[in-house]
Ligand binder design. Structure first.
Ligand code: THU
Length: 141
């Protein structure tokens, strides 16, 4: 990925924090998911009074894309931190979101955890979710 592509994704992920619905945690996460077709799908976290229906920003972005027929992806940028403040730490994707990535992405899918456009870490899906259980375990071609 180019630096320009990474910066563009991070800017979108940071902006999505403004849309987070977080009356319980006040921890706002934004995500920007780059599809193989070049389109970017964005997401924010959406909480619920019953807690378990809460949807992370990453899954919001994936489900928006998949619901529009897009199932191949290159990278995701994730930015999370306390509501109303600058992002201070990297927000690493939760285990459930890593498993959702695993459903649709190859080992080299890029995971960008960002504090700002100049301060971020880059990993691959295989680094953040080694030994994954995935579609190939159930679907034999
Ligand atoms: N959250 C995300 O949106 N993504 C993650 O990868 C980690 C956690 C959200 C869920 C919840 O709304 C809040 O952050 C606190 O856990």
């Amino acid at each position: 990925m180019t630096n320009e592509e990474i910066r563009n994704l991070i800017e979108k992920a940071l902006d999505m924090r403004n849309y987070s619905y977080t009356p319980y945690s006040h921890y706002n996460v934004g995500a920007a998911l780059l599809a193989a077709n070049g389109k970017v799908y964005t997401g924010c976290n959406i909480e619920n009074a019953s807690f378990t229906p809460t949807n992370c920003a990453e899954r919001t972005a994936f489900f928006k894309a998949v619901s529009e027929g897009v199932k191949e992806f290159k990278a995701i940028a994730i930015c999370g931190g306390a509501e109303g403040a600058e992002v201070l730490d990297d927000c690493s994707p939760c285990g459930v979101c890593r498993q959702v990535m695993s459903e649709f992405c190859t080992d080299d899918f890029t995971v960008i955890c960002a504090k700002s456009v100049d301060d971020y870490t880059v990993s691959t899906l295989s680094e953040v979710l080694p030994f994954r259980f995935g579609p190939s375990n159930l679907i034999k071609s």
